[in-house]
Ligand binder design. Structure first.
Ligand code: HAM
Length: 442
């Protein structure tokens, strides 16, 4: 017997329950309806366009990202979770998946397959960034990658798939596109851009002053109003493109026009990772012309990365293009635009029981009903019929079957139609046949 003193001690001894780490979230059952809706739509569209699913490890050799995402990008410089494993190897939780897909393409000799190779993935990514709405340290991406296809038709079809996916989940979006040319032309452009920004150095925000020296292209997508005003008149990367990139970009635009995909040319669109060349694009919410979108507005982003496979040791000039959707952001936007995912189907039957003996039999009959293919639910943890009927109402089950002491003795069961409230007692051996018949009638 616990004494008053014990009880007092228990209430005083407060144990601090660990919380999830900052920037990481549990996805609770109520939320899953959105996740499932997104994942179902995403899987369907990937399969409809003949992408094969690939799953890569969450842990990778740090070199995979350090060398190829760009040493001076935010992701590599500040955001990777890097640590040594017990064998002394330097490893990282993947901050993104494109480099892993390119690695897998080479590792598994996929260049011997008919080209292009089309792969899709989904799963968690990790970036040690400052968490805020739409930005987390563990977040999930759904991505499509096409490796071995140099024609802009690939870029156009990927943009089409991205818009179709958002259309399927009922989210209105806009696509912004740009071309950032090659590493060489970008270098020339950066000199012009820095010269321009230096003239306005005093008005630039702290981040941009730092970017001036380290990563000048990012000056273009600063979200601070004053920086944006200055950058409006900055030289545009599109004027620095080489002939091949220009031709590619014109090709992309023609394809998009051909398939009537609306797009916005955004000369300030640059991406946060260094492997991109030629096409870059982002998908942002379309909430009407005047709506101010926050800094975490991109629902999906991608582009061409023709040099990555070669840099990782694959065949020279392997062209590639892809994009990834931030699933948390897509779901936030579904809620913002009041998209209701389709409700889960109503269960067929709720199984109620009264008394210890009935509960024992109910456990067994429940399995019998389930084995017949019915969607059956229960609340065996509840003893009172009232509590169980309340639970049955909440689930929206079409029928409730009730097994009490009397029914166990008589080998019968009560079947209650939850819509009409009518109920009938039937012999236990006829239960399945009766339910089948009633279910068909509904
Ligand atoms: P990214 O722009 O870094 O590109 O990420 C793609 C999308 O992931 C973003 O548009 C955003 O929706 C989501 N995302 C990124 N960081 C976070 C975060 N901290 N919290 C929540 N969501 C986030 C890539 O990762 C490239 N691998 C995309 C790609 C695929 N390019 C070619 N193929």
């Amino acid at each position: 017997m616990a004494t008053a003193k014990d009880i007092e001690d228990k209430s005083v001894r407060k144990i601090k329950t660990p919380e999830t780490l900052r920037g990481m979230k549990d996805i609770l059952p109520d939320e899953q309806i959105y996740w499932e809706y997104f994942r179902d739509s995403a899987k369907k569209i990937a399969e409809a366009y003949s992408f094969g699913r690939i799953d890569m490890p969450l842990l990778e050799d740090v070199k995979l990202f350090e060398r190829h995402l760009g040493k001076q990008t935010d992701v590599v410089e500040k955001e990777m979770y890097v640590f040594e494993d017990k064998g002394g190897d330097k490893i990282t939780l993947r901050p993104e998946a494109t480099a892993s897909v390119a690695r897998a393409y080479i590792n598994h000799g996929m260049l011997n397959l008919p080209q292009p190779v089309k792969l899709w993935y989904q799963g968690p990514m990790y970036r040690y960034d400052r968490p805020q709405s739409g930005r987390y340290r563990q977040f999930h991406q759904y991505g499509l990658e096409v490796i071995g296809g140099p024609d802009p038709v690939v870029d156009a079809q990927l943009i089409l798939i991205a818009t179709k996916l958002f259309d399927d989940i009922g989210v209105k979006v806009k696509v912004e596109i740009n071309s950032i040319g090659t590493a060489t032309t970008r270098q020339e452009y950066k000199i012009e851009l820095v010269a321009y920004a230096r003239k306005h150095r005093k008005q630039l925000c702290e981040d941009c002053t730092r970017r001036l020296a380290r990563n000048p292209l990012r000056l273009l997508d600063c979200k601070q109003t004053e920086c944006r005003t200055i950058m409006k008149d900055a030289p545009q990367i599109i004027d620095w493109l080489d002939e091949d990139s220009k031709k590619h970009f014109m090709g992309l635009i023609e394809y998009l026009d051909e398939i009537s995909i609306p797009y916005v040319l955004n000369p300030h669109l640059v991406r946060g990772l260094d492997y991109y060349n030629k096409t870059v694009f982002e998908v942002v919410p379309d909430r009407g012309d005047d709506a101010e979108l926050g800094s975490q507005s991109a629902l999906a982003a991608g582009g061409r990365y023709d040099g990555l496979v070669e840099q990782l040791g694959g065949r020279e000039e392997t062209a590639a293009c892809g994009f990834a959707v931030g699933i948390e952001r897509a779901i936030l936007e579904m809620k913002q635009q009041n998209v209701e995912p389709p409700a889960l189907p109503r269960p067929d039957i709720f199984f109620a029981q009264i008394g210890a003996e009935a509960r024992r039999s109910a456990l067994r009959y429940f399995e019998e009903v389930r084995a017949q293919g019915f969607h059956v639910v229960e609340a065996f943890g509840k003893a009172s019929l009232k509590g169980q009927l309340e639970a049955a109402n909440k689930t929206g089950a079409r029928f409730t079957v009730i097994l009490g002491q009397q029914e166990v003795q008589d080998d019968t069961i009560i079947v209650r139609d939850m819509d009409s409230g009518a109920q009938e007692t039937i012999p236990m051996e006829q239960m399945i046949e009766y339910l089948n018949k009633e279910m068909k009638r509904k």
